[in-house]
Structure formats: structure tokens, C-alpha cells
Design a binder for this molecule. Structure first.
Ligand code: FAD
Length: 416
């Protein structure tokens, strides 16, 4: 068996792994990335939020992504029957990027991975991690390459960015049930032949079909659009008696008064994919000689498009902390990694939960709009969930519930 020796082994070449890799390489760390599949590969997660731009800029990946002319995402629209709520990232509280992209992830991730290779990083596709063993902080990883050959990779540190592959959570028994209710999704891409001109055609939208059920519409600059339905697993399963994903997604589109005409009869570009009970959590996010980043650690819910932003946030942070430690500076992983990530996760967990209780929807669709409330929520939706100057971050655990309660009371007391 051949042997390789590196400082850091990164498992997975999604956004989390690529951001980590690029940052460490820039800082002269000897790394290797192993990726199970051959890119481009299909993956869900096409609506980004502005916070990711900070990470792509810092990892020096922004320029190559910008050259791809992906559809710009300037905000997000939420639809509930006749009611519409549009968030514009340029009108958010505090500092930060006010735009990002909506992207076919196959092309997006491939662009990043090719840029990582162009920088001289050793990224090996079709190489799957099978086993990992630790001796103190040092690890030995067994990888199978595309010809079926096994090799040993010895590393001082592993950044596990393996997404739903969840390599270390599986091997080290770190999985734990998510605190969110079981939800599932079915999605596909369509050729958007009835796409209207202008903003209406390109705006990313979330259409609420029932309080807990929603449809995403994510138009891409290549003329295709991603359509996905999300809801409680029982509901998603009830969309097709025969467990036919295409029929289920068509039935969901039928329920959208807003989009039924635009997408009636359009062919799916691939067999719709079902992602069942997608929320994930772990017992711990790091250990001796490793850190878990992106979906390999936590995944909450797609409703606020936070998945890639958490993947790049944690990928970048793990890389920085490894670098610090390798320079002989002590790192408190519990405080600097877990507690930091958990603060952001807690804010989004509240928003996800309050979305499905309907409380957040009460705030979104209340008329007249309150611009001060809206700009603060907008900052959260842009991913700036560590900005404690924002009361909608700092007091997330009760502000939405309390405001929704008051608005509902007001409504009861003054019916039109
Ligand atoms: C229904 C649904 C909708 C979503 N919508 C959005 C959205 O709109 N916006 C958003 O930001 N996020 C969204 N997400 C979340 C998003 O998909 C993820 O958060 C994001 O892709 C995580 O990136 P990552 O780099 O951690 O993992 P990934 O992008 O999944 O990359 C992990 C890589 O690791 C590789 N790998 C796995 N196992 C191994 C192994 N054994 N050896 C080597 N390599 C391995 C995989 O092949 C993969 O390429 C959604 C998720 C779901 C379930």
C-alpha cells in the first residue's frame, strides 16, 4: 500500500473543503483533498446568502466564481397566497455583503474545485475515505482510488468536510438526533421555457403552500430553474401514493397558485431527487486531531439557505484554528470553534423553528411593514448571525415569538 504524509487531510471538495483547502494552501500548509466523486456532481443547496462572499473572498476563490456569471441574488421573495414579502439585502442592518449568487451547484462546486487545483493543491477525485484511525492527534486514513487501489494517508490533522458522507461522525459514532422535526424535500431542475422577462423571471422565491410546506423557485443564469418542495416527511410522502418523485413534485407545483402556469407541463431535466429527514447533528464538532465542518457536523433546514454559509464559515474557522495551533499558539477548540459555531446555529435554529410555527411568517407578512424590524431580520437572512448589535440576533430566542404574539393579539382585537 502506498503511503503519503501531509499536514492536513481534507475529506470532501464541496464548498467547506475548498474554502479550507484554499486558505491553508495560501498559508503554506501541506494539504491534500480527497473527494469521493468525479466533479461536476449533482448536489442540492443552490441559494446562497451574502455571508459566503466573505469566505470566498478570504479564500481567494471569489474571482474565479465571479467569472462564471452566475445569477445574482440581491434578496429573497416570500409568497403566501396573495401576500408578498421581499427582502433586499442592501437594506439590511449593519455591515456586510448585499448580494450573492443563486447557482447550479454542479457548476459552482466544479469551478471552485478546478480553481483549487489550479492553485497547485493536491485534490484527488474518485478517492473515497474508507477508514480512519488515530494515535493521539496523528491519523492514518485508508483511501480507495478510482482504480480500486488502497493508500494510506498520514496526517497531523483532518478536516472532515464530507457533507452527507459524514465520514468521521459515522466512524467515531458522533451522530446524534437533530432537535428539529423530521422534514423532507424533493427537487429537480427544469428548462424555464415560460420564464417572464426582468426581475420576475430571475428572482428567487419561496412560495408557502401551507404553514409547514413550501416550494422553492431558484432561477439560474443558464435558463434553467431549480424547483423543490419541502415539508414534514409525512406530507412529502403523501404527495405520491406510488412513491414517484416526479409525480410528487408535479403535485406540489399544482398547489402553487403563483407558479402553476409558469411550470405546468415542464419536463424535469433529471429524475427528481428526494432527500428524506435531512436535518443532522453531532455530539461534538472536534476532537484530538480533527474538526468537523459543513454538513458533516450540523445541517438544520433549507428554508433560509444557510447550509453553504455554515459550511464555509466552519471550513474557514477550522483552517484558521489549525494554522494558529501549528504556529504554537494554544487553541481552545471548545470556545473558539464549537461555542462560536453554536452561537450562529442557535440563531438559525430559532428562525427555522419559528418559521414552521408560523410566527416568523406573521412578522414577514404583517402590513404595514415595519422597516426597522425588516432590516434586522434581513441581516439574519443575509447570514450575519454573529452580529450581536442586532437585537434580532442577540434576543433571537424570544423576540420573534413575542412580536408575533402582539401582532396576532392586535389583529384579533381590531378585525377589519
Ligand atoms: C433539501 C435541501 C435543500 C438545501 N438548500 C440549500 C440552499 O438553498 N442553500 C444552501 O446554502 N444550502 C442548502 N442546503 C444545504 C447544502 O446542501 C449543504 O449545506 C452544503 O452543500 C454543505 O456543503 P459541504 O461542503 O459541507 O458538503 P457537500 O457540498 O455535500 O460536499 C461534501 C463532499 O464530500 C464528499 N464525500 C462524502 N463522503 C466522502 C468520502 N468517504 N470520501 C471522500 N469524499 C467524500 C462528497 O462526495 C461531497 O462532494 C440544502 C440541503 C437540503 C437537504
Amino acid at each position: 500500500m502506498t503511503k503519503e504524509f501531509v499536514d492536513v487531510l481534507i475529506i470532501g471538495a464541496g464548498p467547506s473543503g475548498c474554502v479550507s483547502a484554499s486558505y491553508l494552501h495560501k498559508n503554506n500548509v501541506r494539504i491534500k483533498v480527497v473527494e469521493k466523486t468525479k466533479f461536476p456532481r449533482l448536489v442540492v443547496g443552490e441559494s446562497l446568502i451574502p455571508r459566503v462572499m466573505d469566505h470566498f473572498a478570504e479564500a481567494e476563490l471569489l474571482e474565479s466564481l465571479d467569472a462564471m456569471n452566475f445569477e445574482k441574488k440581491l434578496g429573497a421573495r416570500f409568497i403566501r397566497g396573495e401576500e408578498i414579502c421581499v427582502f433586499d439585502f442592501s437594506k439590511k442592518f449593519g455591515e456586510g455583503w448585499d448580494w450573492t449568487w443563486q447557482v447550479p451547484r454542479a457548476d459552482f462546486d466544479n469551478t471552485m474545485a478546478q480553481e483549487v487545483i489550479r492553485k497547485g493543491i493536491d485534490l484527488e477525485f474518485e478517492s473515497e475515505v474508507l477508514e480512519v484511525s488515530f494515535e493521539g492527534k496523528k491519523s492514518k486514513t485508508i483511501v480507495k482510488d478510482k482504480d480500486g487501489n488502497l493508500k494510506e494517508i498520514h496526517a497531523n490533522f483532518i478536516i472532515d468536510s464530507s457533507g452527507y458522507g459524514r465520514v468521521l461522525p459515522r466512524l467515531l459514532d458522533l451522530d446524534t438526533p437533530s432537535q428539529l422535526d423530521p422534514h423532507s424535500s424533493i427537487f429537480a431542475h427544469v428548462k424555464d421555457i415560460n420564464r417572464p422577462e426582468g426581475e420576475e423571471g430571475t428572482q428567487i422565491s419561496f412560495d408557502i403552500l401551507e404553514t409547514e410546506v413550501w416550494l422553492w423557485v431558484i432561477p439560474f443564469s443558464n435558463g434553467n430553474t431549480s424547483l423543490g418542495v419541502v415539508g414534514p416527511t409525512d406530507f412529502i410522502n403523501s404527495l405520491s401514493e406510488n412513491k414517484d418523485n416526479a409525480e410528487a413534485l408535479r403535485n406540489a407545483i399544482q398547489k402553487s397558485d403563483y407558479y402553476i402556469k409558469r411550470f405546468k407541463g415542464t419536463e424535469f431535466l433529471f429524475e427528481p431527487v428526494k432527500l428524506e429527514n435531512y436535518s443532522r447533528a453531532v455530539k461534538r464538532m472536534y476532537g484530538d486531531g480533527f474538526a468537523l465542518t459543513g454538513n458533516s457536523s450540523e445541517f438544520l433546514d433549507p428554508v433560509f439557505s444557510s447550509g453553504v454559509a455554515f459550511a464555509t464559515e466552519s471550513g474557514m474557522l477550522a483552517a484558521k484554528l489549525y494554522l494558529k495551533e501549528s504556529q504554537g499558539i494554544a487553541v481552545d477548540w471548545e470556545v473558539e470553534f464549537t461555542a462560536y459555531m453554536k452561537r450562529g446555529i442557535a440563531v438559525f435554529t430559532t428562525y427555522v423553528k419559528e418559521w414552521y410555527t408560523g410566527n416568523l411568517q406573521t412578522l414577514f407578512f404583517h402590513q404595514p411593514e415595519n422597516p426597522e424590524v425588516k432590516e434586522k431580520i434581513c441581516s439574519v437572512l443575509a447570514g450575519y448571525v454573529w452580529n450581536e448589535e442586532n437585537p434580532f440576533v442577540k434576543k433571537h430566542d424570544h423576540v420573534i415569538k413575542n412580536m408575533a404574539y402582539l401582532l396576532n393579539m392586535q389583529k384579533e382585537q381590531s378585525p377589519e
